[in-house]
Ligand binder design. Structure first.
Ligand code: DGJ
Length: 495
């Protein structure tokens, strides 16, 4: 009897505890739901409604992996690119590879147009600023025309001079179509498609005073039948100029043997940029036949005014960081003209990486890269240097989490942009990682993937997850789109 009583009392106590715990959980769930901003069960339709609502309110939203249009309604062509925030105009400028033209028959490359530039106040509405650095196209430099210092490097493709040039026109129908460099006219009207007569005149004015021989060398080196990839621009506070560097290659389209860096300058962020030269870099490696190679690259400006070129070198085995001189157009060197390892350049790491994107947070340097699989996606990786850009770069592994993390969400890194709030000021620890989703067989259809990137400054780690839509909330680490009820419950219990 006594035992039965005790048992009843115990059961009663247990019941009470269960009821109290359940009530507490329900109460906290309820109050949590009350204070959260929206309770909705999202399905595809409600996501679309959410997108529509944001768009109608004029809020920032970009759908990753789709064709993005400029303010004229044309697809944005700025692949492998980078963005600067120009303090003078309070605008962003986005520079990238123009891949307007269709692939050359049977090839995973396009006739090169040049470096395209777009400007924006909000990272969403992009104004076409034209080809800021077009390739040279006057066939008179190779068609036997009488040499004359007065020949322009750029010429409208619908002009009589261009049409009547005896240089053969390139046919997109030929079987093995890529001819020797500079000896065939461009397969399409690449210059006049993107530049009006005034711009062409402005471009030619940049090269006044150069001799025929100088211009011919430039024309043969920088025309539609080359490789122009991963252009990046920095504003140079020492010279007041905008400096463009890019990966220049050839011998001809789709070939990567030259492995050089290009340099161009402009007085204005939208160009036109004046082509200066292309060349290898001064880093040397024992036993390597071809020295100073540069393929995938980026630019980084430190807060002390120093700028660096960061690139895949030594046949893509090593990532080199090269300090630039005050002009940003040439490597830094000692008084004898030598760029010394450890002083002017270092090998950051030698684990076969490309597509570098570099930034600095709270005194530490971060570098996100891809592996070497051509146009195909592969796992990303990041390295961190705590003790200076020329310090040791620690391998931190893949920053991506979640589905498709092993192929970087089918994309490849190109640039890290500091996020700025509405007041134009950078928000500490918040970045946007710019990536390219390549379509190798139809390169002009390649799209962009921009993802929120958060830095944990204390642990020097990066957080990167996929977002179908880039929004301000996603960049700031808030749920975007707002969590579904199921997700909220899961988040509440930490599961
Ligand atoms: C990978 C590089 O990251 C791209 O920029 C491009 O050069 C392709 N390789 C070409 O295969």
């Amino acid at each position: 009897m006594k035992n039965t009583k005790k048992r009843f009392a115990a059961i009663f106590r247990l019941k009470k505890i269960v009821i109290i715990v359940a009530a507490a959980i329900m109460l906290s769930l309820f109050s949590w739901m009350l204070i959260s901003y929206e309770i909705q069960i999202y399905d595809d339709k409600s996501i679309l409604e959410w997108v529509k609502k944001k768009e109608m309110k004029g809020e920032f939203i970009l759908k990753n992996g789709t064709v993005w249009l400029d303010t004229d309604g044309a697809p944005i062509q700025a692949h492998g690119g980078g963005i600067i925030f120009d303090e003078k105009t309070s605008k962003y400028y986005w520079y990238g590879e123009d891949k307007t033209e269709p692939n050359l028959p049977g090839k995973t490359c396009v006739p090169v147009t040049g470096v395209h530039c777009y400007s924006s106040k909000d990272l969403k509405n992009w104004k076409n600023e034209g080809i800021a650095l077009p390739v040279f196209n006057n066939p008179q430099f190779a068609d036997g025309t009488e040499p004359s210092d007065g020949l322009p490097l750029y010429i409208a493709e619908d002009s009589a001079v261009y049409k009547n040039s005896p240089l053969p026109a390139f046919s997109m129908k030929e079987k093995d179509p890529v001819p020797e460099n500079g000896t065939v006219k461009s397969p399409s009207a690449t210059l006049i498609k993107h530049n009006d007569a005034n711009r062409i005149a402005e471009l030619n004015a940049l090269y006044e005073g150069l001799t025929y021989a100088q211009k011919k060398e430039m024309y043969l080196n920088f025309n539609w039948n080359k490789v122009v990839e991963r252009p990046k621009v920095l504003y140079n506070p020492h010279t007041g100029k905008y400096v463009m560097r890019w990966h220049h290659d050839g011998d001809k389209a789709g070939e990567y043997a030259a492995a050089e860096a290009g340099a161009a300058v402009s007085d204005s962020p939208a160009g036109p940029f004046k082509y200066l030269y292309t060349s290898r870099l001064p880093n040397t490696a024992e036993g390597l036949e071809q020295q100073g190679m540069l393929r995938d690259m980026t630019l980084f400006a430190d807060d002390d005014g120093k700028a660096y070129l960061i690139y895949s070198s030594e046949n893509n085995k090593t990532t080199v960081i090269m300090l630039l001189d005050e002009s940003y157009t040439a490597p830094a060197a000692d008084k004898y003209g030598n760029s010394v390892e450890g002083v002017h350049w270092i090998r950051a790491h030698s684990d076969e990486r490309e597509a570098p994107a570099v930034f600095k947070n709270n005194g530490a340097y971060y570098m996100i890269t891809s592996g070497l699989t051509g146009w195909a996606p592969n796992p990303a990786k990041y390295h961190v240097a705590k003790n200076g850009i020329f310090g040791e770069w620690e391998d931190k592994g893949n920053p991506c989490a979640g589905r498709k993390a092993d192929v970087t969400y089918n994309a490849q890194s190109t640039f890290v942009l500091e996020y700025r709030g509405e007041d134009g000021k950078t928000v500490p620890g918040k970045y946007i990682l710019l990536l390219d989703r390549w379509s190798p067989n139809n390169l002009s259809q390649s799209t962009y993937v921009w993802l929120p990137l958060t830095v944990d400054a204390e642990n020097q780690t990066l957080k990167l997850t996929y977002h179908a839509y880039l929004t301000k909330e996603a960049i700031l680490g808030l749920p975007s789109p707002p969590l579904t009820l199921k997700e909220k419950i899961k988040a509440f219990f930490g599961i």
